[in-house]
Design a protein around this ligand. Structure first.
Ligand code: AMP
Length: 631
């Protein structure tokens, strides 16, 4: 048996002994009494009886040996600023933020919503929350008022941390008006809003509610806020993600299991050492940002780089100049970003010394072979695909190079990671597929390993009903992805089984977009599908039935309505969710019983064969779609 195969088997066959060993990678105030309590499946409690703190493990623990080592480097090519914080400086900033939040009434167990651009204060806010046992809920800065309002309503935050604006391509993107509108729309009103004024756009402050970070920071300049030792099972954060239904789910993560899982992944998957430098190009609004911009690298005692800006501005060499300047050892990005770079000359990558890089990890969406090959040739380092989800917090499938160096196979994210009892399930009968190269739903037998979601925030029932299926004596978690596994244990991901689409690595629920579009007064019905796109992986495409089509007699009228619909999605959900096209039809393809033929619609939109259409009510419906998208 190879070293990794043995490591993996230990994690499954001797689960508690395996994770008890991993638990030694972090600091505990009180040692856990039990490794895993799985007495109430599918709810798993990890490291029961242990008390710890995520911020302590990310910062305080390193003060003894590396107080003056850079911990966080915040680089913005939007504002042309670069600021490095040592572990000691980060410690001080986080305590100032923690003291400010406490002054605003935040206590252990309270939620704090963070709606921020990629600036250092966003990291301070996240770390400050977990320091005092409050739960952060970061909302991606690209989401607009409607998305933000539904998250505020669900998380019921005591305080919100935000900023005057983000910036994209050198242009300020105001946040504060969107936040004000979201609070107006939400039934829940936060008691306080803490604002970072970057001086990008003017801000109106609401008296009694809005506070400026600069003045609170000044008041708490010398604050000492000790870490709150919390139960291992105490939630550290919630992070919203899209699923089949319109309402986003709050993925709830624990403290002890997550800290151990990240520490273990830094060692076994990333083969990372304290003092090295990690550069993840994601955003703190996504799970990669949580696990591998903020917590994972800091837990490992590494320097982490936070980047605000585009990969191509001022030019397509900007990331590699950062790699050279900061001697980056570990880089993490998404296939979409590489596809953007691929449009530029590969010589941009050769201009800089990237010899410090050990590998480039890519995740968030399928990594196509030409993209992997291009970046591999340009960088001459291993390109490592990794597959996971907001729900799991760390990779399910990849290569554990810290355990054993394994070869990458382009097109495959790799092998099942230790702790994940990965199975492929035949959707028709729920049985496990055991032969190589059979297509099934990628599933994980419970318990999920440490670091994965505990439940859906305030909705245990939704957690069980959405993700879990019982088969006699066991419970199986569905990832909602199709996959196959070859004879050597390499997996291949073949797309979602549900109505989730993946646009440039951003996970979006088509139902959410449909709900937004149908709230336009002239839209009676709409279907949104994901359509393959060479740059973004997928784009959303909408087919809408207008209530009154009498005015839609020419292209100008249709374009006007299309523009209105797009604008509506922009203001409600954010530009990330905007469909690439909105086509108007008189009828949607449905079965005789009225069920939307989503797959057929998607196939035709992608100019593929729609397959068996015997149940279709009105064949003219698909013909209209065909005529619109062309051959
Ligand atoms: P998110 O929760 O936003 O990270 O999205 C998770 C989903 O993105 C997965 O369920 C997959 O559909 C897709 N995904 C993530 N990483 C990969 C990958 N390496 N290869 C293929 N699909 C991926």
């Amino acid at each position: 048996m190879t070293a990794y195969a043995d490591f993996y088997r230990q994690s499954i066959d001797h689960r508690d002994a395996f994770w008890s060993e991993q638990a030694k990678l972090i600091d505990w105030k009180t040692q856990p009494a039990q490794v895993c309590d799985y007495s109430n499946p599918p709810f798993a409690k990890w490291f029961v009886g242990g008390t710890t703190n995520l911020c302590h493990n990310a910062i305080d623990r390193h003060l003894k040996d590396r107080a003056s080592q850079p911990a966080l480097v915040a680089i913005s090519t939007e504002t042309n600023t670069e600021r490095s914080y040592s572990f000691a400086e980060l410690h001080a900033e986080v305590q100032r933020m923690a003291a400010s939040l406490i002054a605003l009434g935040v206590k252990k167990g309270d939620r704090v919503l963070i709606y921020m651009p990629m600036i250092a204060e966003a990291a301070f806010a996240m770390l400050a929350c977990v320091r005092i046992g409050a739960l952060h809920s970061v909302v991606f800065g690209g989401f607009a008022s409607g998305s933000l309002a539904s998250r505020i309503e669900d998380a019921e935050p005591v305080a919100i941390v935000s900023a005057d604006a983000g910036s994209r391509g050198g242009k300020a993107v105001p946040y504060k008006p969107l936040l004000d509108e979201a609070i107006r729309l939400s039934r829940h009103k936060p008691a306080a809003v803490l604002l970072v004024d970057r001086g990008l756009v003017p801000m109106d402050l609401v008296a009694g509610r809005d506070h400026l970070w600069a003045s609170l920071r000044e008041q708490h300049l010398n604050a000492t806020v000790p870490c709150e030792w919390v139960e291992s099972t105490h939630p550290s954060y919630t992070l919203y993600t899209s699923g089949t239904t319109g309402k986003p789910k709050g993925v709830q993560r624990d403290t002890g299991g997550y800290t151990v899982a990240l520490a273990a992944s830094m060692k076994h998957i990333f083969d990372a050492k304290a003092g090295q430098t990690y550069f993840a190009t994601s955003d703190i609004g996504w799970v990669v940002g949580h696990s591998y911009i903020i917590y994972g690298p800091l837990i490992a005692g590494m320097t982490t780089i936070m980047y605000e800006g585009l990969p191509t501005r001022p030019d397509a060499g900007v990331w590699w100049s950062i790699v050279e300047k900061y001697k980056v050892t570990h880089m993490f990005s998404a296939p979409t970003a590489v596809r953007v770079l691929k449009k530029h000359d590969a010589s941009w990558l050769k201009k800089y010394d990237v010899s410090t890089l050990k590998a480039l990890w890519l995740a968030g969406e399928p990594l196509d072979e030409p993209t992997a090959q291009w970046i591999s040739d340009a960088l001459s380092v291993p390109i490592i695909d990794n597959y996971w989800q907001t729900e799991t917090g760390w990779p399910i499938l990849t290569l554990a190079n810290g355990v054993e160096q394994q070869t990458t196979r382009f097109g495959s994210p790799g092998k099942a990671m230790y702790g994940y009892h990965v199975k492929l399930i035949d959707e028709s009968n729920g049985e496990e597929l055991t032969q190589p190269n059979q297509k099934g739903v990628v599933a994980i037998e419970g318990p999920l390993p440490p670091g994965c979601m505990q439940t859906v925030w305030r909705d245990d029932e939704r957690f069980v009903n959405t993700y879990w299926k019982s088969i006699p004596g066991r419970m199986i978690y569905s990832t909602f992805d199709w996959g196959i596994r070859d004879a050597d244990g390499y997996h291949f991901i073949l797309g979602r089984t549900d109505d989730v689409i993946n646009v440039a690595g951003h996970r979006l629920g088509t139902r959410e977009i449909e709900e937004s579009i149908s709230s336009h007064p002239n839209i009676a019905e709409v279907a949104v599908v994901g359509v393959a796109d060479s740059l973004k992986g997928q784009v959303a495409m909408a087919f809408a039935v207008p209530r009154d089509a009498s005015g839609l007699t020419d292209d100008a009228a249709r374009l006007k309505l299309e523009g209105e619909v797009m604008k509506q999605v922009d203001t409600q959900l954010g530009a990330v969710a905007r469909p690439s096209r909105v086509y108007f039809v008189t009828v949607l393809p449905k079965t005789r019983s009225g069920k939307l033929l989503r797959r057929a619609l998607q196939a035709v939109a992608e100019r593929r064969d729609p397959g068996d259409l015997t149940t279709m009510d009105d064949p003219a419906a698909l013909q209209q779609v065909k005529d619109l998208v062309g051959d």
